[in-house]
Ligand binder design. Structure first.
Ligand code: GLN
Ligand code: ZN
Length: 761
């Protein structure tokens, strides 16, 4: 029978036990012994759970106290100098210092940089390497976890991040070539493989996810060199594991590498199966990624079975593994506890545990086991039920989408014309000041919301509380002289959840946690059906805030691409189609705000860039629909209504055409940390509309002074016209406290005034 081998499992625990254990340890409320014991308990529970669900082979060393890339760096001693003393005296403290920085006890270390793991919402720590870097095996985590599983009676396969992807995911601090370090690194991998062999590991899963990216000749040479060296070990068989996309032009290379097995993702890239089978080296084991490790839906098992049968004709049973598309790290753990979901939704879901059950059914069905029949039949019924559900398909939504014409995504006049009318209406000075939306979400604000949710604080009292906070915020902005005000977003828990909760087609789980980084978890909404807005979502608080002041009040919305990007989305229609529905619902909100007298409306798209596909060739297709969706949301208003957008990242040089094509009247972006480096892009590209390059970093409690902000504005003035420039912080202020917010914004207003005076003089 084909072997069911899982590639990775959520580590955090059904009730976020790992988060709680970590945070207790960091606070000093528990010992390292207690932390390590809780971790071992979780590993054991998760192995058991996977075996009970039907896995033949369970992964080990997929567990991490913080992040698997950091684990790899630590394991091979890729520890930058500044952490070394601490790591040598207290490895655990050193490890957490790399992960999150540390202050006190004679140390003041900032953390490694963190960045997104491919196109997921998981963040990994970026190893810092340098020329001449040495590596050695330090500690024995993979071996210890293998032995731990073995002692408990589990058939475990250690998971390692492969040497080439490890280097490609790292950065060098001296801009030397990362791949030049491969020769240094390989002996450490070889040593580790020998140790795993001695411990009795038959297979090792070696992840090379970079093989689904565009890889050049140097990269190819590195893979060849690495795997030729590792093949010499004569140790465990290597399952070279790829996921998140198709091998494409890298397939020929993969076929040349001397490995015993290859795993391919047939959920993201089912089309690659034929090419993979046609060129499969003799005696190579093939692992098929058949259920989606990136989404929450039950699989179409008939479709997956057909793929598996095609493979089996070529490989036979002995050379076939059945697996999820990628590690199950990216989905919640257990759907069976989500009994409070609307309609039939519960029956349509498969989280990590259920996905292993689906793979069991597939493996059994592939071996013609009668036991698989009932499960296959149930899967078929659930899929049919979902396909015809009137909770999913709402003809009126489809009809509205169909009736959209090209005009729906175009403002009626050019920006110049709009600017004239907006100027006449708003009467703003040069260098107008504004903020990005949220003001400090203090403990009292969060506490009031929590008490309201649990029924301890009546709706009327909660509303009165929010109204009072909003009024304080408006008065404060008036007092210090901000030009375009915001209401402060005190009523919002989260910028996506707040909207999802008010839209049809969205559902929220109780325990559907997914790790974002370290101990931080998110509970993404599930978009299961056609999106429809039953009633206005933000008009109440925006118009209340506007009623308090004669200055312009900015309405605040989360944009369609960001809502999409931060949710689990339907897999029964293209992402673009779901995005268009969200865009239409938000368009209705924009119009309602405008009718309520809100003349400035901001549509935040902080996630636009992270939606970029992994391969360059797919970028334009994505950007086309993403920009179109933004424009559907934004374009229905009159010329005199001013549309803003906000993005919080500075690397947008390569998507600047798309950003300009969004045609927002004003865009605010993060730039303060890179000291306006981003503005380099504007030397070549003449950004046509108005722009507020963030003049101070809100991610830090540091209070910038006026001079600093003036110098940033002057830098911006060198490549942008003064009539184009706005003055604002680089993101929302919700994580800040009031004292620093007050001082920083006062300094910001002063900077804008100084700029105006300089021009008048
Ligand atoms: N309007 C949001 C806020 O100020 C924007 C948040 C974001 O960019 N992530 O909080
Ligand atoms: Zn932001």
């Amino acid at each position: 029978m084909a072997t069911l081998s899982n590639l990775g499992f959520p580590r955090i625990g059904a009730k976020r036990e790992l988060k709680h254990a970590l945070e207790a340890f960091w606070r000093g409320d528990s010992t390292s012994r207690q932390l390590l014991d809780s971790s071992a308990q979780l590993r054991r529970r998760h192995w058991q759970l996977q075996r009970d669900a039907g896995a033949d082979v369970v992964p080990c060393n997929d567990f991490s106290l913080y992040d698997q890339v950091l684990d790899t760096a630590f394991l091979f001693d890729a520890i930058p100098e500044r952490y070394r003393a601490l790591a040598d005296t207290d490895p655990l403290a050193g490890y957490f210092a790399l992960a999150r920085g540390t202050q006190g006890g004679g140390h003041d270390l900032h953390a490694l940089e963190m960045t997104k793991w491919f196109d997921t919402n998981y963040h990994y720590l970026v190893p810092e390497l340098k020329k001449g870097q040495t590596f050695r095996l330090r500690g024995d985590k993979p071996v210890a976890e293998f032995l731990e599983a073995k002692a408990l009676g589990f058939n475990a396969r250690p998971v390692l991040l492969g040497p080439v992807s490890f280097l490609l995911l790292s950065k060098t601090v001296d801009s030397s070539d990362r791949l030049a370090l491969l020769g240094q690194l390989l002996p450490a991998y070889i040593r580790l493989l020998r140790q795993l062999d001695a411990a009795g590991a038959e297979w090792v899963q070696i992840d090379e996810p970079c093989l689904v990216l565009d890889q050049g000749a140097d990269d190819h040479a590195a893979y060849l060199k690495a795997y030729t060296a590792l093949a010499d070990v004569d140790g465990p068989k290597l399952m070279l594991t790829t996921y998140f996309g198709e091998l494409g032009a890298n397939l020929a290379l993969v076929n040349k590498l001397p490995v015993a097995g290859v795993h391919v993702d047939l959920v993201r890239a089912p089309g690659q199966l034929d090419a993979v089978l046609d060129s499969l080296p003799v005696s190579r084991v093939l692992s098929l990624g058949l259920v989606d490790g990136r989404n929450v839906w039950r699989a179409d098992l008939d479709h997956a079975l057909a793929l598996a049968r095609r493979a089996k004709e070529r490989t036979g049973d002995a050379r076939l593994h059945i697996a999820p598309s990628c590690s199950l790290l990216h989905v919640p753990l257990d759907a069976s506890v989500e009994t409070a979901l609307p309609g039939d939704l519960h029956g349509w879901l498969a989280f990590a545990r259920e996905k292993i059950g689906e793979l069991r059914t597939l493996a059994d069905a592939l071996a013609d086991q009668p036991s698989a029949h009932t499960a296959l039949k149930q899967a078929r019924e659930s899929l049919a039920n979902r396909r015809r559900s009137d909770k999913v398909h709402r003809p009126e939504v489809a009809a509205r989408i169909a009736s959209l014409d090209a005009g729906a995504s175009r403002r009626s006049s050019s920006h110049d014309e709009r600017r004239r009318l907006q100027q006449a209406k708003l009467g703003l000075p040069l260098y107008p000041t504004t903020t990005i939306g949220s003001f400090p979400q203090t403990h009292e604000v969060r506490d009031a919301r929590a008490r309201n949710r649990s029924g301890k604080f009546s709706d009327a009292d909660y509303d009165a509380f929010i109204a009072a906070e909003t009024e304080k915020c408006v008065r404060f902005q008036e007092e210090i002289g901000i030009d375009v005000l915001v209401h402060g977003e005190f009523e919002r828990n989260d910028m996506v959840e707040y909207f999802g909760e008010q839209l049809d087609g969205f559902a929220f789980t109780k325990l559907g946690w997914v790790q974002s980084y370290g101990s931080r978890c998110v509970k993404p909404p599930i978009i299961f059906g056609d999106v429809h807005r039953p009633r206005a979502m933000t008009v109440k608080w925006s118009s209340y805030a506007q009623s308090l002041t004669s200055r312009p009040m900015k309405g605040m919305l989360t944009g369609p691409v960001t809502v999409l990007q931060w949710s689990f989305v339907r897999d029964d229609q293209p992402r673009a189609a779901t995005c268009r529905q969200i865009a239409l619902a938000l368009r209705d909100e924009v119009l309602d705000l405008e009718s309520a007298g809100i003349g400035v409306i901001q549509i935040d798209e902080p996630a636009l860039r992270e939606g970029l596909p992994l391969r360059r060739a797919d970028w334009q297709g994505y950007l086309d629909w993403a920009v179109e969706c933004f424009r559907i949301t934004a374009s229905s208003v009159a010329d005199r209504t001013q549309i803003h957008t906000h993005m919080c990242y500075s690397e947008f040089n390569d998507i600047i055409d798309a950003v300009a094509a969004m045609d927002a009247d004003v865009i605010s972006i993060e730039t303060s940390r890179s000291r306006m480096e981003l503005l380099d892009a504007f030397v070549k590209f003449r950004y046509p509309n108005e722009i507020g390059p963030g003049v101070y970093d809100i991610h830090s409690p540091r209070i910038p002074d006026t001079e600093e902000m003036i110098s940033l504005l002057e830098k911006a003035g060198a490549v942008l016209k003064s009539e184009q420039l706005w003055v604002n912080p680089d993101c929302g202020l919700k994580t800040r406290g009031w004292p620093e917010t007050r001082s920083a914004l006062m300094a910001m207003v002063k900077a804008a005034r100084a700029m105006r005076q300089a021009i008048a003089a």
